[in-house]
Every structure is written in structure tokens, then in C-alpha cells.
Write a protein that binds this ligand. Sequence first.
Ligand code: ARG
Length: 461
Amino acid sequence: MANRMWGGRFSSRPDELMEEINASIDFDQRFYRQDIEASKAHCRMLAERGIISAEDAKRILAGLDEIAREIEEGRFTFSRALEDIHMNVEARLAELIGDAAGRLHTARSRNDQVATDFRLYVRDTVDHIIGQIHALMRALAEKAHAHHAVVMPGFTHLQVAQPVTFGHHLLAYVEMFGRDAGRFADARRRLNESPLGAAALAGTGFPIDREMTAKELGFKRPMRNSIDAVSARDFVLEVLAAAAICATHLSRFAEELVIWSSAQFNFIRLSDRFTTGSSIMPQKRNPDAAELIRAKAGRVIGALVTLMVVMKGLPLAYSKDMQEDKEPAFDALDTLSLSLEVMRGMVADMEPVEEAMRAAAATGFSTATDLADWLVRELNMPFRQAHHVTGRLVALAEERGVDLPDLSLEEMRAVEPRITEDVYSVLGVENSVASRKSFGGTAPENVKRMAEWWLERLAEG
Ligand code: ARG
């Protein structure tokens, strides 16, 4: 049998292989709800404008509701021969209500239909992801608040640099995830325009009301250009870019959790809920969840690259290439969503090993900058000279195999005679962090205030 949607022009069925490469129903059934909502809005508008009768509209709307129920209850049979969600729904509608079903597709094309459905789907997903990012930020800010004064080494080049607090380090991620949520919100604002009514690409001669359908579907306005409406996929690209950046942040943090939970660092304990044992080595606790989050960034970034490559060089307007936008987008957004959820759980459970962090913070001459700053402040030394003097003291300590606070006053005075007993007050890690009260600095009182600021903002929603 020739296709029932375009059988007029065709006399035989497509090849089986054609069906296999062409059908999208296996994945686009995911947005059946959006497809049905958009069809209902279109139907109501057609009736409102007298393009179809109120009678037919009533039948169509009831039929669409029935189809939604069938799908929800798993009673719907999806057919590959019917290619995609749009034609599956329409064919079922014809079975349910007869000829009136054929009127639904007036002044519409699958091109504006799929663009509309996908925008609605991506919009819903973005809302969900923003909520998940906020939940992760809340978990981080709570940990930061609880541990605002726990001293750990801050690193550059993964070498101990200066003492910071655990809370401060966690709040760095809150800032990053806050910007990620902002990127999703920006993308949402731009994508929230309706392509519906662009029809195949040129608009339609029927007296449709695009404002009405846009409004009903929660879009800000109809898209201004019908060719753009069916051709644009930058809304997916933008969301995938936001997803890729967010996944990159998750991956960096996951890497830190892997490092911190290693026996060599022993900075944190991850819970049983998010670690696994080894089948052969009884002593092991592996940070698998963190490792997987670290790796999954690759998939999300891959999806962005995939769709960029699909879209580059595509002439306007619709080409079937664009059907390839869905699988990578679904996979990337599912992956990000899972990663966010797991990370939130891991953060809520993790506990710092305070003694290990503090001990590590005191290694590597981490308060050398404090010593140089003391020379500047107390002896009015130019910073460059103070840097040099401190460098000599570090070399001396290194030679003797001790830390800076272990050098005697005599040893220090041999390098710089004006140094007094008071210098020891800045060589401890607690003093070091407490002194860093500059805006955005690691002083525990700053960190506590910043954690509170975030928790308040996040509670407002
Ligand atoms: N399944 C198609 C897609 O995902 C729907 C649009 C088909 N349009 C067309 N002219 N063949 O892109």
C-alpha cells in the first residue's frame, strides 16, 4: 500500500531500509505530549478563525485527548511505517474520529510542527535542569556553610599554593553552577517563540492567528520569519552549549572528588551510596559515580559537536538532516540531568576529613605569601624585595627539612635582621585564611556570609 499521507503521488511502499533510516518514531515519541498540546492549540485556533467547523474541532480535541491517554497508559501502538510522532498521532486520530481528522493538518506542516514540539520539549527540559542545578547549588552552599572555617590547601598547578577554606572552595562551584543556570535561562528566553503557523516554510493563505497559538502554548510571541521558524535549530545548539559547559563544571568537580577521596589525599569521605567496592581487593572504595560524571561530559560535549556538524552548511529551509537533532539532544540532556542528580547526592553525603585537610594546608610553605605580606606591612619593604627575602627563607627551611614556622627567630634574622617575633603570628594556616578578608577572599567570616547569601537567594527560588 502506498503511504496514506502522500499516497496520491506514490504507487508503492518504501524499501524496508528506507523505513529504517527514515523513521524517527522510536525516539520522537518522547514528545508526544508536546505534539498533542500543539495540535490542540492549532485546532482551537482553526475553529476560532472559522477555518474548520466547531463540530470538527470538538471531535478532533476529544480524539487527541484519547490518544494522549492511550499513550500514557501504554495502549498505543507506534508504527515505524508512520515515520514519526506527528503521523502516528494523525493516523490514530483518523481511526478514532474518521474524516474530520484530515482537517487538523490545514495550514500546518510537519516542518513547523516538529519545530514547535521540539521547542516545547526543550523548554520543559530546561526548566527541569535549572531546578536541578539550583538543588545542587543548595547542597553545595549548605556544605560550605557547615564547613566555612575548615582549612584546606588551595592549589595552583595542583601544587599547594595558599590555605583556603573548604567552604570557599565549594562556593567556587556554586558560582559556576549559578552561571550555568543563567545560561539555560538565557537560552530559554530566546527559544520561547512559536514557529507554529510557518507551515512548510512560506506561511499560509489561511487566515490563521499565530498570536493565539503562541499564547496558548506559553510562547512569548510567534517567530517573525516563516523560513527561520522551520530552519532554526540554534535553540537546541544553545541549550547543548549550556549543557556542555555545565557538564564541564561537573567534570572538574568530579575530578576533584576523585583526587580528594584517594588514600593519598584523604580530604573527604564519600558515602556508601555513591561508591563501589572491588570484587578482588577487599580494601577498596572506588569513587565510580564521580568518575562517571567526569566521563559523561564527553557525551554531552559530543552531542553539541554532532549537532553543530549536522547544521553547518545546511541550506534553508527544512532538510531531513534536522531530524538528527533529537537523539543527541535527548541523550545529552538526560545525561546532564542524571549527572546533576547524582552529584547533588554525593555532595550532600560527603564529609571532609578536617585533620588531613589542615595538615596538608600547612605543607608546601603555603603561608610564604603571608610572610612576604608581613614584611611589606611591618617593615615597609617593597613587595618584590619581600618576595625575594621570603624566597631565601623558604630555601633555608627546605634545606633544613622543616616548615616556615619551624625556623628560629635567629635563623630568620640571619636573612633579614629586622624580623621580629610577631612574624610567627602570620605563619599559621588559620591566621592566613582569617586575614584574607578582601571581597571574595577566603576568610571564614566572608565564606559564612557568602554561603548565607546564596542560601537565601536559592530559597527564594
Ligand atoms: N520527523 C521529522 C523531523 O524530525 C518531522 C519533519 C518532517 N518534515 C518533512 N518535510 N519530511 O524532522
